[in-house]
Design a binder for this molecule. Structure first.
Ligand SMILES: Cc1cc2nc3c(=O)[nH]c(=O)nc-3n(C[C@H](O)[C@H](O)[C@H](O)COP(=O)(O)OP(=O)(O)OC[C@H]3O[C@@H](n4cnc5c(N)ncnc54)[C@H](O)[C@@H]3O)c2cc1C
Length: 388
């Protein structure tokens, strides 16, 4: 039976000295994707987060639909978005994608992931950093509820990369600043809308994600020094919506080492967020699945933790080319004269080119990776040998 605890006030008893085979710090997209891979391994898995699972939405929650099916969380979908529009000051284009986006409900998605995490245990705790290893080689993690010990530790804590030293401190570092609002709306169409308009963000873009009864309207700036609140209000105003329900965060836009001194970094903590779009949910799934498979091979007794972590870090680094290309496009777009950009968007609008461009984009973290991993998880659950 899964144990779920959200502890507040007097309930926040000490966890000092608690030991687990695997400690996963962070219970959002990346952390839950790792924990899901470890179900049925028989290992003790402890997941910690400063908030209850699903309590704090961290994004506009739009993800390629095939990834939501691959992760078994399709019941969290609020609205399917088969189109994208791109608007500049000189015009607008609408593309039909070779795959669709889905806007989903964050809490429902987290609950559906957690249901797949088997015997994993959850505790609310704020992670403060790591300590030296114990005499028997465990990694020590300091939290506000005491020190936790584990043979394998995952940092899925987001952009701050808490278990690394030094941490990232905005506005320095390769970070995108993003903020959005969530006004009620039930008629915002069937497209994920993007604005590339310097009056909104000198280097960045605005978006609107229809999500059934609400719409998520936001602005991202690749320049971390540029504040975006007034621009979000401006975009909401242009769309005739009240800017209600603010939510914002930093998003990394460069890959970082995914293994460091025994710790597995997954999701935003490893910069697993596509620099051009600041899209980091399916990549958190993708690398979470990869890390979970690597950790599973350690738990099965076949591999040393160091060798498995090196292999995972190399897998992450092997994406440097596509992430690097996305970063170059991120820099190129703001440098293009807006009329030329509008022309380029129109040319790409031919269906064959849309299919090609968005096919490449999906393959950066392809849902087939998650589907294949499901077969392995099923084999582990049935106690069958896992195909190499
Ligand atoms: C406004 C905005 C809109 C976005 N929209 C999209 C989108 O539509 N689609 C998309 O793909 N990406 C989007 N992104 C990017 C996406 O949110 C991130 O890439 C994604 O959330 C990364 O997942 P993660 O699990 O690595 O980290 P996070 O989702 O950030 O999760 C980190 C977890 O760690 C916990 N945590 C952090 N610090 C501590 C601590 N010290 N102790 C304990 N727990 C801690 C947090 O509570 C959280 O649960 C958006 C980002 C922003 C800011």
């Amino acid at each position: 039976m899964t144990v779920r605890a959200t502890t507040r006030g007097a309930e926040r008893t000490s966890l000092d000295g608690t030991r687990a085979d695997v400690l996963i710090c962070g219970a959002s997209f990346a952390g839950l994707a790792v924990a899901r891979e470890l179900a049925a391994t028989g290992a003790s898995v402890l997941v910690v987060d400063r908030y209850e699972i699903g309590e704090r939405q961290t994004s506009a929650c739009a993800c390629p639909t095939p990834w939501l099916h691959a992760m078994g969380v399709e019941d969290s979908i609020l609205q399917d978005l088969p189109h994208m529009t791109f608007t500049t000051p000189h015009g607008s284009v609408k593309y039909r994608l070779p795959w669709s986006w889905s806007a989903f409900d964050y809490r429902a998605l987290c609950d559906l992931l957690w249901e797949q995490c088997g015997e994993a245990r959850f505790e609310t705790a704020k992670v403060e950093g790591r300590g030296p290893r114990t005499a028997d080689g465990d990694i020590v993690v300091h939290t506000d509820r005491g020190d936790l010990h584990a043979a394998v530790v995952v940092d899925a804590l987001g952009w701050r990369r808490v278990l690394s030293d030094p941490h990232y401190q905005p506005p320095e570092g390769p970070l995108t600043r993003a903020l959005e609002v969530h006004p009620a709306d039930d008629g915002a169409g069937d497209a994920l809308d993007v604005w590339v308009d310097r009056s909104l963000a000198r280097r960045g873009y605005g978006w609107r994600v229809p999500a059934n009864a609400e719409v998520r309207i936001g602005v991202a700036s690749y320049d971390p020094e540029q504040h975006v609140k007034a621009q979000v209000v401006d975009l909401a105003d242009r769309l005739d919506r009240e800017p209600a329900g603010y939510q914002g965060n930093w998003v990394p836009h460069r890959l970082r080492p995914a293994g460091e001194d025994g710790v597995w970094f997954v999701g935003d903590s490893a910069g697993h967020c596509i620099p051009l779009s600041a899209e980091g949910i399916r990549t958190a799934f993708h690398f979470g699945v990869a890390a979970g498979r690597g950790i599973r091979s350690v738990l099965a007794g076949g591999r040393s933790a160091d060798a498995a972590l090196r292999e995972y870090a190399a897998f992450s680094a092997s994406h440097a080319r596509s992430f690097g290309f996305a970063l170059r496009v991120q820099r190129l777009i703001p440098a293009l004269p807006p009329r030329l950009l509008t022309l380029v968007l129109r040319i790409i609008g031919r269906q064959a080119l849309v299919d090609r461009a968005f096919g490449w984009y999906l393959r950066i973290a392809d849902p087939s990776f998650g589907e294949r991993a499901n077969a392995e998880r099923a084999a582990v659950a049935a106690d069958l040998p896992v195909a190499a």
